[in-house]
Design a protein around this ligand. Structure first.
Ligand code: KG4
Ligand code: ZN
Length: 335
C-alpha cells in the first residue's frame, strides 16, 4: 500500500511517499525557518501562507522522487492535529482534494502518534513495551508504547515544552531561532557544571516542568550579564537533559521496559542523545535514537502512521477537519 503523507502542523511543509508503513520512497521537507527567524518564533499567519505556497511544489517533488503518479497511490494522509489551526488546514485540505481527485482513501494522522512511529521506520523490530520520550517545540511527554496503536501517557509537561524552553533561552542569549540547534552548538564550548540551574520536578513523579528553568536563566543573565554564553547554554542544556533522562528512566522502571526511545525535535539534541545512550548502557537496557531527519517534523512519519491507522480503522471521513488541540489517541478499547 503506497501512501502520500503531508505534514503542515507548524513551520515545516513536508510530503513523503511510504510503502506499507515501512519503506520510505521519498521524503521532502521545506523548512520555513528563514521566514520566522526575524520574529524570534513561529508566526502562525506567516506559517499558513507559506504552507499554501509550498504545499504543491513539495508534493510534486515527493512524487517525482518516489517515481510515482496519483494513480499509483492507495491513500493520501495528512497530519490533522495537534498544531496551528491554519497551518493544519492547508495539509488536510490538500490531502482531501488529492484523495477525492484520485478516488483514494484519506487518512487523518495525529502528530504525536506520528512522532512515536518515527522510531519504527528504521527499526521495525523494536519490541514493546517501550519507554518513549517525545520532546518537541509544542509537547513533552513520556509514553508507554505497548504496541503500534497502543500507548499510555505516563507524564507530560505541566507548562512549557522542552523545545519551547530551548527556543526561549536561545532568545535570551541572543542565539536566534530556532533555539535548540543553536544552544546545542554553543553548549559544546561551555561547562555544563558552571551554573547550578534548577531541575524542576526532579524525583516528583513523571510530569515535567520547564518554565521555572527558563526564568532561572533570565534571572542569572540579569544578575550576571557578563557570564559566558557558552557556560549558560551548557548548564541550561544539562538541566533539561538531566530532567528528561531521569523521567524516561523512571518511566522505564514503572512499566518494566527494556528499551528507551526518543522522538520529536529535541531528540536531535546531541547531549540528550549521548546521555540516553549512556543511561541505557548503565541500566542494561537497549535504546533507539531515530536519525535526526526523523526526529524533527517530517511527512514520512505521517505516511507510516497512516498505514497502521488504516489497517486498524480504515479511512478517515472526508467531513472530519483539523483538531489543533488533539491529544495522543487512547489505547484501543478505551475512550
Ligand atoms: O518536532 P519538532 O520539529 O516540531 C514540533 O512538533 O514542535 O520540534 C521542534 C523543536 C524546536 O523547539 C527546536 O528548537 C527543537 O525542536 N530542537 C532542538 C534541537 N533541534 C531541534 N532542541 C535541542 N537541541 C537540538 N539539537
Ligand atoms: Zn513535531
Amino acid at each position: 500500500m503506497l501512501i502520500l503523507g503531508l505534514e503542515t502542523s507548524c513551520d515545516e511543509t513536508a510530503a513523503a511517499v511510504v510503502e506499507d508503513g515501512r519503506r520510505i520512497c521519498s521524503s521532502v521537507v521545506s523548512s520555513q525557518v528563514d521566514l520566522h527567524a526575524r520574529f524570534g518564533g513561529v508566526v502562525p499567519e506567516i506559517a499558513s501562507r507559506a504552507h499554501v505556497e509550498l504545499i504543491n511544489p513539495v508534493i510534486a517533488e515527493a512524487m517525482v522522487e518516489a517515481g510515482c503518479e496519483l494513480a499509483d497511490l492507495d491513500a493520501v494522509a495528512a497530519c490533522n492535529g495537534p498544531g496551528l489551526a491554519g497551518a493544519l488546514l492547508v495539509g488536510v485540505s490538500a490531502a482531501k482534494a488529492l484523495a477525492l481527485a484520485g478516488d483514494l482513501a484519506y487518512i487523518g494522522v495525529n502528530h504525536l502518534e506520528a512522532h512515536l512511529h518515527a522510531a519504527w521506520l528504521e527499526e521495525p523490530d523494536l519490541s514493546p513495551p517501550l519507554a518513549v520520550l517525545i520532546a518537541s517545540g509544542g509537547h513533552t511527554l513520556v509514553v508507554s508504547v505497548e504496541g503500534h496503536l497502543s500507548y499510555r501517557v505516563l507524564g507530560e509537561t505541566v507548562d512549557d515544552a522542552a523545545g519551547e524552553a530551548f527556543d526561549k533561552v536561545a532568545r535570551l542569549l541572543g542565539l536566534g531561532y530556532p533555539g535548540g540547534p543553536a544552544v546545542d552548538r554553543v553548549a559544546l564550548d561551555g561547562d555544563p557544571a558552571a551554573i547550578a540551574f534548577p531541575r524542576p520536578m526532579f524525583g516528583e513523579g513523571l510530569d515535567l516542568s520547564f518554565s521555572g528553568l527558563k526564568t532561572a536563566v533570565a534571572y542569572h543573565l540579569r544578575d550576571d550579564p557578563d557570564a559566558p554564553v557558552a557556560d549558560i547554554a551548557a548548564s541550561f542544556q544539562e538541566a533539561v537533559v538531566d530532567t528528561l533522562v531521569s523521567k524516561l528512566l523512571a518511566a522505564a522502571d514503572e512499566i518494566g521496559a527494556s528499551t528507551l526511545v526518543l522522538g520529536g525535535g529535541v531528540a536531535a539534541n546531541s547531549r540528550l542523545r549521548t546521555r540516553v545512550a549512556d543511561a541505557a548502557l548503565d541500566t542494561g537496557r537497549d535504546f533507539y535514537l531515530p536519525p535526526l531527519a526523523l526526529c524533527t517534523d517530517n511527512a514520512a512519519m505521517i505516511a507510516a502512521t497512516a498505514w497502521w491507522r488504516f489497517e486498524a480503522d480504515g479511512p478517515t471521513d472526508f467531513t472530519s477537519g483539523a483538531d489543533p488541540g488533539a491529544r495522543l489517541p487512547p489505547p484501543p478499547g478505551t475512550s
